[in-house]
Design a protein around this ligand. Sequence first.
Ligand code: HDD
Length: 761
Amino acid sequence: TQALVAAMPFNPNKAAEHGFDLGLMPPAGATAKPASRLAGASTLSEAMSSAKLGSVAPEGGNAATGSLDRVRVDSSGQALTTNQGVAVADNQNSLKSGTRGSVLLEDFILREKITHFDHERIPERIVHARGSAAHGFFECYEPLTALTEAAPFKEAGKITPVFTRFSTVAGERGSKDTARDVRGFAVKFYTDAGNWDLVGNNMPVFFIQDAMKFPDLVHAVKPEPHNQMPQAASAHDTFWDFVSLMPESTHMLMWVMSDRALPRSYATMQGFGVHSYRLVNAAGESVFVKFHWTPKYGTHSLVWDEAVKISGADPDYHRRDLWERIESGAYPEWELGVQTFTEAQAEQFSFDILDATKLVPEELVPVRPIGRMVLNRNPDNFFAETEQVAFCTANIIPGLDFSNDPLLAGRIHSYVDTQISRLGGPNFHELPINAPLVPVHNNQRDGMHRQAIPRGRVSYEPNSLGGGCPFQAGAVQGFNSVAVKLQARDEQGKVRAKPQLFAEHYNQARLFFDSQTPVEQAHIAAAFRFELSKVTVPAIRQRVVSMLRNASETLAAEVAEGLNMRPLPEAMPLAIDKAIQPEISHSPALSLMARPGDGSIKGRKIAILLADGVVGQSAAAVHAALLAAGATPKFLAPRIGPVSTEDGLDLEAQASLESEPGFLFDALVLPDGASAVAGLAADAHTFEFIKDQYRHGKTILALGLGRKLLDLAGVPLALANGDGDPGLLLVKDLSEGASTAFIAAIARHRHPERETGPTRP
Ligand code: HDD
């Protein structure tokens, strides 16, 4: 028992421990490289400068460790104190006039404790309230100096510490992780030229083109104001009312109705900077750039039925996944890629690159990989780090600049502004998680919660009394905005209007839908059907279908069919008077299937069912093989705790079938042993478990007599068309070949060939 329980790839009790930082140590049994010299650095600048010397990425450590150490609190071996550092003798009883008398006003210990507690909550983010984050690093592949002088891209092997927060958009802080929603993908680079925040999403486009519409969009999607329902869901009248009156949202709706909006984990989703930004080199020359994060472990999503069930059984599904991957050493990793193009190229595109509802197809401009990001350390404290981190699109560094995207312009204002009420004043940049690694010198002073203690009597510039310091860095060292030339068409003077191409709303929506595989298309149609079935006003449903007709008649017809809508409503009138011919009609890169990942099963959760009388050896062997492959196998039985085996091996169930149902796992092992099969068959949870695993397209391995459970659950052993099911492996015992085949089938993530139509069994 000891050996197998200890073989958990991570320590689930970590957060309860004091004394030493397990997160900085290579996880027990993991194949991570030993903690690098960075972990031992005593200051951040020491860590950073040693990082720059070499090309070894700090797996298991993080350069930001040094700076946070000064504010870390370790209470091991310490007595309880008040906030003034006064030792507290009794933390159980308030001060009273006699044991049955009234509590005394002078009880400063009670009052301090309660007062602090009363103020422990801060406002949640108005959007992206629910999130999870981790520390890590970015490593540059090769110098990008021809295009940009941005600090992270200066040399091959250069390491820049990062803190990355993922989020859902609509739900409140305590809502579920697996809602159908866009996911935030915000990266703070602590560069040696100041902080750069790349605040993106897991989808490369957005609902609206102008920040002017953002409050309307958010009000429409959030729970309705009169009754505060529904939570973390777009499936309601106000959202669909708004978007059906904003045809520019059609492209984004395709993404949000696709499986992209149901990621399997944060580690298996792409990220995008969305807007066109600029890269600027030392000579001041600039090109446009779009940023792409591509997950090493592939793009994998949930299916709707699975997402709905998970949200009940484990609302923290993505948060837990991120945490456990990092603790087990299966570090989430993404490659950063850029699409770069010139102003002249941009002029030729059939769409406007300032329009955030459009992407630049990879067929037009390929994505060039420039580095990788690894997340390898969990935060020590959720509030201090994940909640207090303040991202801002305005945080850019020399070598980067904005484009004139009007959505971006509003964001540059909004993020700083919102932190002032969320974090209580203008000094939130001093919070340890937000502070840059480089020193800050300016004449800004005072304000709520000021931490810095500026010395001297000079707080203005120019000055002579302070020797002229801090002085302007000048054009060579300081940030310079690109001197973009105004073009003839910009000389209309002040206008509230948009460029003509912004009025073309459907070409890329069509491109997206037509580039999906049939299974993905079926899921999109099913998602529209589901969401619109929750819309109570028929006119809104009609309007959405009339909008979809302009993007895809096939999709519109399927959705209308699903809503019993006959005849099809007229297509919505177009906003543009001339047809715009798109460059391409198919972009395979837009399918989730385009990025299966590196073929590993690192971080996947696999259930191995047990019951008394199980053949211990084969269950233990499959556990060991999965662990060695970097997955997180778990023994489950009708009841948690010890399980007796046929062959005398001690095994222990770490969860029960009731506490962790089947849809929480990526794959399933059914054990061998006549009594175990009988024991499992006597528990109805077993069949729910198997049916969900089957229905959701998961890989199932049946060892020996375990296959009987499949028969009892009514699982067909072949596909509807008579072909063998690649996700069902029935083996006598666990020969070498069997575990390899099992691992390869899990690496496919899901076996959609089991799906027979939009309404599947
Ligand atoms: Fe935003 C948070 C991403 C448009 C205003 N946004 C926020 C976060 C992400 C994004 C990832 C969470 C950051 C974190 O983890 O703390 N937002 C986007 C993307 C957009 C976008 C990719 C379109 C391309 N956002 C957008 C617009 C506005 C905002 C147009 C306002 C004009 N966003 C905010 C905000 C938030 C925010 C209100 C809420 C909390 C915060 O900023 O710190 O300022």
